[in-house]
Design a protein. Structure first.
Lengths: 308, 321
């Protein structure tokens, strides 16, 4: 059975004491994607993942995962794998015992998969978890999450503490699992420059709200960087939805949303497509701009929406 | 290529908890084993001395025997009262050391985010850990109570089995006390999420509990009242004397201090009781109530511990990470 959304929330909020980590957050992530969750520190990425994993309860609003499941319910726990930030597990236990714990604690458990995974990387099963390298610890956590054969895998900053080689290994295992099982993945990351190779769906979270959500191809196709004389910039900016507006003495750069076609500009103006990194950085620098999908599911209408 | 297995959940959670807590439980067994060994050696020395001086086999009512016992204490057991109070105060500490980290360390190390997102869920995981820890603790404390009771048997000749130092060392009461310390520490760990604080509160509970139970212990059953026509109790059984009061020849009740206010020396007072028509009344708990009292105290302390553990589970259920 497959659900059409893996995370669906309308107007969810989470308050820690006085401050809101998430506020009025609308998001509907379709199934079958590798979703990158990016945003500055304190934007609410960890909170959003904790809510989806059922570790935290929302202060307002509600969230469903895997279609209509409540986060933290037995059926959701069975079908969701979660790898926490820093992949913290019991440092005094052997890898073998951690795998046995996973087997005892889950109804769905694929012991062979975990063993093959760890053997393939040469991680000794009788070594204590605390004595493994950072990359090996992350792999053990991933193996424990994948052995549940989850339909949704949530990863909180899985790459943050890893060296480039370990990052590569980690993503390789992850993408193999995606290809094998067709599972959905939502991971938070700061590594903006690596997103293009890893994800096909992007969510940008800023100040506890969803700023951008959409398939990477749609987002890239729907934006153009316009370059032209500053004298005409104001006229162009009034006609088109501008994400980021940089005007210098002679030339100006306008990042505009075009809805998948070329922008209607002529003359001295040139337009080009941009990369994902540039797009993400532009939105992060302009927290008030947003690009959200049209009305569907729990997501409200947004007047600025141009994407299909 | 491979299959997913269906694990039997409830017992499996206990097995997972066993793997998780095995290092702590092995440490507990090792420490308790070492302490027990020391107590066994020292206890053998004490019992041997009791036989050798003959203080254990003579009639305790005779003056010669009292003299013998004093000599025995001087020679063998000088440190016994001190050790007795140490074990009195510290009797429940290992419950605090096991219960404190049980939940608090999960928060400190961030392992809750692994444990609570497994298929079994946080409630079963927490309950499983508490049940396993409590069960192992109860067995260890029961065995340790047997060793303690044997070790302190020579003291019993002096203070009686109802003596507070000794009463709390018998297995049932010790088990209840250890479980309360465990429950307090576990609950504190769930609420405060600091191992050191949780262990500290468990220790405090373990030290405070004997004083509380000592205050209520005499009320477990209605004490008996026995008129005695002598100033010193003739009873040599291990009864627990709570208080004495007197009646004058006319049968009017008078307090102990009022009786002593009658004046004269001890011999005079004694003659009043012997021949003057005054009667001394002893209010006491008979010796054969030792085990019922043990089980009553075990009962309410264990219920308290179960309530504390249930509160910890409830707290974990409703609180977020």
């Amino acid at each position: 059975m497959s659900a059409d959304t893996v995370i669906d929330c309308g107007g969810i909020g989470k308050r820690y004491r006085r401050s809101w980590a998430l506020r009025d957050c609308h998001l509907a992530v379709p199934a079958g994607h590798v979703v990158a969750l990016v945003g500055p520190n304190g934007a609410g990425k960890t909170t959003l993942l904790s809510l989806a994993a059922g570790l935290t309860l929302p202060s307002e609003g509600a969230m469903t995962v895997l279609g209509d499941q409540l986060p933290g319910s037995p059926r959701a726990l069975d079908r969701i794998g979660f790898v926490a930030q820093n992949a913290a597990l019991y440092p005094g236990l052997r890898v073998r015992d951690l795998l046995a714990m996973g087997r005892h604690l889950n109804r769905r458990w694929d012991a062979d998969r975990a063993r093959t995974h760890l053997d393939g990387l040469g991680i000794p099963l009788d070594r204590k978890y605390g004595r493994l390298s950072g990359g090996q610890q992350a792999q053990v956590s991933l193996a424990l999450a994948l052995a549940k054969r989850p339909e949704l895998l949530l990863l909180d900053e899985p790459l943050a503490a890893l060296d480039p080689l370990a990052r590569h290994d980690f993503m390789a295992v992850l993408l193999t699992a995606v290809a094998e099982d067709g599972l959905s993945v939502v991971f938070s990351s700061h590594a903006v420059n690596e997103l293009e190779q890893t994800c096909d769906y992007l969510v940008v979270l800023t100040g506890g709200r969803v700023q951008v959500a959409g398939e990477v191809d749609d987002l890239l196709g729907g934006h153009r960087m316009l370059t032209g004389p500053t004298a005409q910039a104001q006229a162009v900016a009034e006609r088109l939805p501008v994400v980021r507006d940089r005007r210098a003495g002679a030339q100006s750069h306008l990042l505009v949303r075009t809805g998948g076609v070329d922008a209607p500009v002529t003359g001295d103006w040139r337009q080009q497509r941009i990369g994902l990194e540039e797009l993400v950085l532009a939105y992060l620098r302009e927290p008030t701009a947003s690009a959200l999908p049209g009305p569907r599911g729990a997501v409200r209408t947004n007047e600025k929406v141009l994407l299909p | 290529m491979s299959s997913t297995t269906l694990a039997p959940p409830r017992s499996a959670v206990l097995r997972a908890a066993g793997l998780r807590h095995r290092p702590a439980l092995l440490t507990l067994l090792a420490v308790m084993g070492a302490i027990s060994l020391v107590l066994l050696v020292h206890g053998w020395y004490l019992h041997n001395g009791l036989d050798r001086t003959g203080a254990g086999s003579c009639d305790p009512a005779s003056a010669a025997c009292v003299e013998k016992f004093k000599r025995y204490l001087h020679q063998y057991a000088d440190s016994m009262p001190m050790l007795g109070s140490v074990s009195y105060v510290l009797g429940g500490v290992f419950g605090a050391f096991l219960g404190g980290p049980l939940l608090a360390r999960e928060f400190e190390h961030g392992t809750v985010r692994f444990a609570w997102t497994q298929g079994a869920g946080r409630t079963r995981w927490t309950a499983g850990g508490l049940v396993l820890g409590g069960a192992v603790l109860a067995v260890v404390a029961a065995l340790f109570g047997l060793v303690l009771r044997w070790w302190s048997a020579p003291l019993e000749l002096m203070g009686g089995q109802f003596h507070p130092d000794l009463f709390v060392q018998a297995s049932p009461v010790l088990v209840g006390r250890v479980l309360v310390a465990f429950g307090v520490a576990a609950l504190a760990g769930a609420v405060l999420r600091r191992t050191v604080l949780a262990v500290g509160l468990g220790l405090a509970a373990s030290v405070a509990l004997p004083f509380l139970s000592e205050a209520v212990r005499s009320h477990y059953m209605t004490p008996l009242d026995e008129p005695v026509r002598a100033m010193t109790s003739l009873a040599v059984d291990d009864r627990w004397v709570l208080s004495v009061w007197y009646t004058d020849p006319a049968g009017n009740r008078m307090s102990e201090s009022a009786f002593y206010d009658l004046g004269g020396d001890y011999a005079h007072l004694q003659s009043l009781v012997h021949d003057g028509g005054y009667t001394m009344h002893e209010v006491y708990q008979p010796a054969d109530r030792f085990w019922p009292f043990q089980w009553i105290e075990f009962g309410w302390t264990t219920l308290l511990a179960v309530a504390l553990c249930a509160a910890a589970v409830w707290w974990v259920r409703r609180r977020a990470v």
